[in-house]
Design a protein around this ligand. Structure first.
Ligand SMILES: [Fe+2]
Ligand SMILES: [Fe+2]
Length: 393
């Protein structure tokens, strides 16, 4: 039986409800159990009527204290049930009814359900999320401020054309790398906010890469190059991958992993300091994207070791879908040869072609190493690497 003696007293003096008295009332009532009484003093005009109406709306009951003007008794109602989630404990499954509430908040029950389809921890989680996010925030750069544009020399038209073609190719890949995480973000339950934060930074990184690479293509006076159907088809399969873990594997581990080798190559063979600086900055960002993908896959493989076989099959399936593509687009291949060789003389082309062949071997080696680090058997890793799209991403 609740005690009819008031548990709390609040003196509103002449403060009216519309002047903020509800703040004091709510605080006092929050400390009470349902059924407990609060004694309210106050002499603002019309307090009796306003207090009664407010109590009705908030689910409390109110009465005047007989014979004492300016004194009221409010009995605390049961209020809206509250769901409490833990800040530190990350749930294995997140409830759609938690909605957009930050983890650790108290949540009024009865809220709308959101269609977050990625709401199991296993679906999205990775270790090192805090470290990856902190690094991403600390290492943001600006294409305007942090690139030595004024040091861009006048290159031969062949080399400048090759740079523009490579930048065109990089930019279309950047768009793919932007759209893939962007389409998954709204599906991830906010309970796993660290994943959302890391992917949001990834989207920002890719937007900056696309901006910077396009700007480099235009800076030397050459026009943007040609986009091949083969490249677009390959990227389309990435954009259409419906499963988050498979998409993270194909994009972040296989694709961006291969791009790490490409960006390093472009930096080392760069004909000018602007391109070299851009490649270095983008490489640092891509290393984080690869780290996220790798850590997510590691987390999943610890729980589902057999998923390795499924992903090996996914790489093979993608390769079959792209079977009509004989290899890297000739626009990109030729541009890489001219870029690496430094020009179009036979000697330069021979040297360039050797460098590009070495690039392919290094991409394959690094992919196999990355796959083996994720627990794939060496033969499986070799087969998967050889099936990887010839368009790098
Ligand atoms: Fe990128
Ligand atoms: Fe990336």
């Amino acid at each position: 039986m609740p005690d009819s003696e008031p548990r709390q007293r609040v003196d509103l003096e002449d403060l009216a409800l519309h002047e903020g008295a509800t703040v004091l009332l709510r605080r006092a009532l929050a400390a009470l159990a349902p059924g407990d009484w609060l004694e309210v003093h106050g002499d603002s005009p019309e307090l009796a009527g306003h207090l009664a109406a407010w109590c009705r709306k908030e689910g409390h009951s109110c009465e005047t204290k007989q014979g004492v003007p300016g004194m009221y008794r409010v009995q605390a109602g049961s209020g809206t049930p509250i769901i409490v989630t833990s800040e530190t404990q990350i749930a294995e499954a997140a409830d759609p009814a938690w909605g957009l509430a930050p983890r650790g908040a108290r949540i009024e029950s009865g809220g709308p359900e959101f269609a977050f389809t990625l709401r199991q921890k296993r679906d999205v989680w990775a270790r090192e999320l805090d470290a990856i996010y902190t690094q991403a925030v600390a290492n943001q750069w600006s294409a305007s401020r942090d690139v030595p544009w004024s040091q861009l020399p006048k290159l031969s038209s062949e080399v400048e054309g090759a740079v523009a073609q490579i930048m065109t190719f990089l930019t279309e890949n950047e768009f793919a790398a932007l759209y893939v995480p962007a389409r998954f973000i709204p599906r991830i339950h906010p309970h796993y906010r660290e994943v959302v934060e890391v992917l949001a930074m990834q989207v920002v990184d890719e937007a900056r890469h696309a901006e910077a690479f396009t700007r480099r293509a235009e800076a030397g006076g050459a026009q943007l190059g040609t986009t091949a159907v083969s490249g677009q088809l390959s990227l389309k399969t990435l954009l259409e991958e419906p499963d988050f873990t498979t998409a993270a594997f194909l994009l972040c581990v296989m694709g961006e992993g291969t791009f790490l080798t490409l960006l390093k190559f472009l930096c080392e063979r760069s004909p000018d300091p602007v391109t070299a600086a851009l490649m270095t900055l983008a490489h640092r960002d891509e290393a984080r994207h690869v780290a996220f993908g790798t850590e997510h896959l590691r987390y999943v493989f610890e729980r589902e070791p057999n998923l390795r076989a499924t992903l090996a099959a996914a790489v093979e399936r993608r390769s079959r879908m792209l079977a009509s593509i004989s290899g890297l687009s000739p626009y990109v291949h030729d541009a890489l040869v001219i870029f690496a060789g430094g020009g179009l003389s036979t000697g330069q082309v021979r040297a360039g072609a050797q460098h590009v062949a070495a690039l392919h071997r290094e991409m394959d080696r690094a992919r196999r190493e990355r796959l083996q680090a994720l627990g794939f058997e060496p033969e499986v890793a070799s087969r998967m690497s050889s099936y990887h799209t010839k368009n790098f991403m």
